[in-house]
Write a protein that binds this ligand. Structure first.
Ligand code: CTP
Length: 219
């Protein structure tokens, strides 16, 4: 397969966690490092794709040739991703918060004398992946990730159908040496026709193998 099958296409990638503010000093976050999404964006740019990377709060360098847009919250990521359409390919590698505080306190929340705990009201965030997949400017190929601690195949297949995406890359999280924070990973990629196992290996190599599958789907 030609290495430059993505050349000239517009590839949109989201990566990293989102931080949902509780008050001026606290937030709800997650363990995503952004490494997988950054590796995908770097590989897409190397293949000659016009690559936009919407990045949550991470401490990674911007890959060469990538147009990076930094965001913090799920709402900001939603606006930045939909605002970056049209694209030929969307790869949703970000670990987007599913819930966000119903209100952000203006000042730091203080302990109240005599009261025990604190109850936070959380509300659902918009599903960026599903919104891209049902958008009037839907990319030709929409690929999502599924981070699972159990039942990887069943959950990934369910997300494929429910979110109406073309491919889902499932990975196991919560085990040493794979998933969030790790440099290595194993991806189980599902589409309507079957599945492929990529790795185990470094996220940089997995990014290349994943883009090989994407390029093959586009031909
Ligand atoms: N995702 C998204 N917007 C959200 C939540 C998730 O775009 N608000 C995307 C992620 O970027 C990923 C995919 O959905 O590509 C799967 O995310 P995951 O958290 O594993 O799945 P959920 O749909 O949130 O399902 P669940 O929490 O039940 O596992």
């Amino acid at each position: 397969m030609s290495r430059d099958a993505l050349a000239g296409l517009r590839v949109l990638v989201s990566a990293g966690p989102t931080f949902e503010d509780i008050d001026p000093v606290r937030f709800i976050g997650n363990r995503s490092s952004g490494k997988m999404g950054f590796a995908i964006a770097a590989a897409a740019a190397r293949r000659g794709a016009g690559t936009v990377l919407v990045a949550g709060p991470v401490t990674l360098d911007t890959p060469a040739g990538v147009d990076r847009r930094d965001v913090r919250s799920a709402a900001q990521m939603h606006a930045a991703v939909l605002g970056a359409l049209p694209a030929d390919v969307y790869i949703g590698a970000a670990a987007v918060a599913d819930f966000t505080p119903a209100e952000v306190a203006e000042g730091k929340i203080k302990k109240q004398p005599g009261s025990g705990g604190l109850t936070l009201e959380l509300v659902r965030t918009a599903d960026i992946l599903a919104d891209v997949a049902s958008h009037a400017l839907r990319p030709r190929l929409v690929l999502g990730f599924a981070a699972e601690t159990a039942d990887l195949e069943a959950n990934a297949q369910d997300k494929l159908r429910r979110k109406r995406v073309d491919m889902i890359a499932g990975n196991c999280v919560g085990v040493a040496g794979s998933g969030f924070e790790a440099d290595d990973n194993t991806l189980h990629v599902f589409d309507a026709t079957g599945s492929h196992v990529l790795g185990p290996g470094p996220k940089t190599g997995l990014a290349e193998a994943l883009l090989d599958l994407v390029a093959a789907r586009l031909q």
